[in-house]
Write a protein that binds this ligand. Structure first.
Ligand SMILES: Cc1cc2nc3c(=O)[nH]c(=O)nc-3n(C[C@H](O)[C@H](O)[C@H](O)COP(=O)(O)OP(=O)(O)OC[C@H]3O[C@@H](n4cnc5c(N)ncnc54)[C@H](O)[C@@H]3O)c2cc1C
Length: 458
């Protein structure tokens, strides 16, 4: 009889749990899977809790892209198909001298059509004329792996600052003037063509929208995590909360000893699905190059402030899903979601408006601010942006310290070096998760499948 391969997954966020699921679902031979999670709960940065009379209001991620299949497929496989819903198509704004509708025909902020820009109040005449030149410019050859550099070169300052940076920046809490182009494949693909605008137009016409762009379980994003955790336990995995991995040692027989404070586990393969900054010290005895490199990874911190605003204080005209604040206009708030407009099921018993405001981003420290300061700064920003005096009937502050990995220019080149080094120094030890090949939930699930496949094939 073959003894089961012992696989340890470090980190019980969506990446770790989805890896365990993919391993157990696809294994042909017996395997033993243990998920070690440092906190008392699984889910990592995905968290949902009751708020303002609603059972489930997300404190972090509230939707995943459904046009890329991985998260959507996983949700369906673990039994959430009937609970999936999509945001209402109510549009969104950018705040720049007032709320301006986000122009149509964009690919992550990259214009696919100059007409939509021409009629927008977001841009000056000069900015529009500069953007309109893009299809006539020769191919950019002296390119750099930096979104801001490329977009400024192709479309000028205004498209970068008022469209691409707020749209991409809101996903990654990033400053796209210091962010890898390659790590946002939708934009990187456009750069392979002579004109990004024409390439965006072609791509959009080939991928005419079918079905919703985003989905979410009505029980909140944490219900996805809970359902995956339940399924992997049914398939035989053990999830051990309160188990912080402190150290990993290689044994003479090519297995590994994975140490927590009070216990140790033997593994034939390890998936490090913990964020890079947590993973770095775990590799100290295995690969000093990987440790040194991963410890330099940057992460941005944000605070999510959720407010229940009495309907009497809300303007009837504010019917969109919310707005983004471009960097030149930013004070503290970077994005505001009008949750009750966006989600039909976020209807509180007293019809309050649920508002979620993101405070801080890469390069802006928010963690040292007190709760009261965060609330006051946010309310002052809402007054400035929307001209409303909000006295919320309920508030909730969720701090997400160092939760958004920042893919600096040439991220993939550095990651390739780390993985090559690790493959030699510590075979069967894998990196997966938001720190590496995509921060969105679908990208995390995709990495989980790829890692599971690599382990099962080896
Ligand atoms: C505020 C916010 C909003 C977001 N919004 C969206 C959105 O709308 N849509 C979307 O697709 N994505 C969104 N994201 C991104 C997405 O939620 C995350 O990138 C993804 O959930 C990360 O999953 P992960 O498993 O890779 O990492 P994590 O969730 O960070 O999980 C890693 C786990 O490892 C554990 N760990 C760390 N060190 C150790 C150790 N030594 N031993 C054991 N365990 C350890 C941690 O406790 C944690 O549970 C958002 C993120 C945030 C923070």
């Amino acid at each position: 009889m073959t003894s089961p391969r012992r696989i340890i997954v470090v980190g019980g966020g969506i990446t770790g749990l989805a890896t365990a699921y993919s391993l157990l679902k696809n294994a042909v031979n017996p395997i033993d899977v243990v998920v070690l999670e440092s906190s008392s709960r699984v889910g990592g940065v995905i968290r949902t809790s009751p708020f303002a009379g609603l059972d489930a209001v997300d404190e972090g991620a509230d939707a995943f892209l459904s046009r890329v299949p991985w998260a959507s497929a996983l949700a369906r496989e673990v039994g959430l198909e009937t609970s999936l819903t999509s945001p209402r198509a109510v549009g969104a704004h950018v705040w720049h001298n007032g709320l301006q509708p986000i122009p149509s025909d964009l690919m992550l902020g990259v214009p696919a059509n100059i007409k939509a820009l021409a009629t927008s109040n977001l841009f000056t005449l000069r900015g529009k004329m500069r953007a309109a030149l893009e299809p006539m410019l020769p191919r950019t050859t002296d390119t750099q792996d930096c979104i801001g550099y490329v977009i400024r070169k192709r479309f000028g300052r205004e498209v970068q600052e008022l469209l691409v940076d707020p749209l991409v920046g809101s996903i990654y809490a990033a400053d796209t003037d210091n962010f890898s182009l390659e790590s946002v494949p939708q934009i990187a693909a456009l750069m392979t063509q002579r004109s990004m605008l024409l390439a965006a137009r072609t791509t959009r016409s080939k991928t005419a929208p079918t079905g919703p762009i985003f989905e979410s379980p009505t029980g909140g994003m944490e219900s996805l995590v809970t359902a995956v955790a339940k399924r992997i336990q049914e398939l035989g995995a053990r999830i051990l909360p309160d188990s912080t991995v402190t150290d990993i040692e290689k044994s003479n027989d090519n297995s590994y000893a994975v140490h927590c404070a009070k216990t140790s586990h033997i593994a034939d393969a390890i998936v490090l699905a913990s964020p890079a900054r947590h993973t770095a010290p775990l590799l100290a005895q295995l690969d000093s190059f990987a440790t040194q490199q991963l410890s330099q990874w940057s992460h941005a911190s944000v605070v999510m402030l959720t407010l229940a605003v009495p309907r009497s204080q809300w303007k009837h005209s504010l019917t969109s899903a919310g707005y983004l604040v471009p960097k030149p206009d930013q004070r503290w708030v970077t994005a505001v979601s009008f949750g009750s407009n966006k989600w039909a099921h976020w209807k509180t018993p007293d019809d309050a408006m649920i508002v979620r405001a993101s405070v801080g981003r890469d390069g802006v420290d928010t963690q040292s601010l007190t709760d009261d300061t965060i609330i006051n700064l946010t309310l002052a920003d809402l007054k400035h942006h929307l001209d409303i005096d909000v006295v919320p009937k309920e508030t909730r502050i969720t701090r997400w310290p160092e939760s958004f990995p920042q893919y600096r220019p040439y991220h993939f080149s550095r990651l390739g070096d780390i993985e090559a080094s690790l493959a030699l120094a510590a075979p069967h030890v894998h990196l997966a998760g938001a720190s590496y090949r995509g921060i969105g939930i679908p990208a995390c699930v995709q990495q989980a499948h790829a890692t599971a496949r690599a382990i099962l094939q080896s």
